[in-house]
Design a protein around this ligand. Structure first.
Ligand code: ADP
Ligand code: MG
Length: 270
């Protein structure tokens, strides 16, 4: 049951960028893993029908019984949907290709933009005591991504350190503005994180300079380097922090989690 009067639960963050291959899923998995490692209780909601976050967190397709689809469109209790992962404090709502039809099925639903919002605010969410919920969005600004933005307190934007990186951002910002005007006036931008950064590459440096000039403090100081261990980890079905704990990628995601928590503490104190 959704109870709008209950106290605020976990902070909900949508990880979004309508471009594919920019590091959304990688960031969802490893940022979540880094937060969990320092004792935060984290739920990753896989909102992409491709289910890469589910695989990357160790849940193979055959083991996905109840999924994000059921969370949105069936009345499944959360305890039937939330799965453990191989890491303490880190939990998952998995997705399967079923979710690809949800985008269309949602259209006819009166509450189409609020389904995830309401699902994550069910009263039985309290029993889990999550600190954070991270939503891995699909590479599109479709109704699923809108559901994530309506459900979320903030949006975290991975930005690939590549040519044209900033181009798609205006479209994303427009969608955020529309969601603020319609369903979720309090929606904030958590920040922009540069991914697949190669310090030896002029282009990476140029994208970083442009991003910091244009977006200022919204850009996290921590950048995520291009690191082969990061790209290998999903095929071993684990976050890079578990797969190769001292790799550059693991260290970067830990730094990102610390920077993020630092920022959030200052905000709560203010
Ligand atoms: P998205 O979810 O935005 O589509 P992914 O997180 O799936 O993007 O990343 C796209 C590809 O880039 C994947 O193959 C992933 O392993 C790889 N990748 C992401 N981040 C890094 C990184 N820091 N270093 C190396 N490869 C990366
Ligand atoms: Mg993805």
């Amino acid at each position: 049951m959704y109870d709008p009067t209950r106290p605020v639960g976990p902070k909900i963050i949508a990880i979004a960028n309508q471009k594919g291959g920019v590091g959304k899923t990688t960031t969802a998995i490893n940022f979540a893993s880094a937060l969990a490692e320092i004792g935060q209780k984290v739920l990753v909601v896989d909102l992409d029908p491709q289910g890469n976050a589910s695989t990357g967190l160790g849940l193979m397709p055959d083991d996905r019984n109840a999924t994000t689809y059921d969370l949105l469109l069936d009345d499944f209790p959360l305890s039937d949907i939330i799965c453990k992962t191989g890491q303490d404090n880190l939990f998952l709502v998995p997705s399967t290709t079923d979710l690809s039809s949800a985008d269309i099925e949602l259209i006819a639903n009166e509450k189409r933009s609020y389904l995830l919002h309401d699902a994550l605010r069910q009263t039985d969410m309290d029993q889990f005591g999550f600190d954070f919920i991270l939503i891995d969005c699909p590479p599109s600004l479709n109704l699923l991504t809108v559901n994530a933005m309506v459900a979320a307190h903030s949006v975290l934007v991975p930005l690939q350190s590549e040519f044209f990186a900033l181009e798609g951002l205006s479209q994303l910002m427009l969608t955020i503005r529309e969601v603020r005007q319609s369903a979720n006036p309090a929606l904030r931008i958590e920040g922009v994180v540069l991914t697949m950064y190669d310090a030896r590459n002029n282009l990476s440096q140029q994208v970083e300079t442009d991003a910091r000039d244009n977006l200022g403090d919204l850009v996290f100081k921590t950048v995520i380097p291009r690191n082969v261990r990061v790209s290998e980890a999903p095929s071993y079905a684990m976050p890079v922090l578990e797969y190769d704990t001292n790799s550059k990628g693991a260290l970067a995601y830990r730094a990102l989690a610390r920077e993020f928590l630092g920022k959030n503490e200052t905000m709560t104190a203010a």
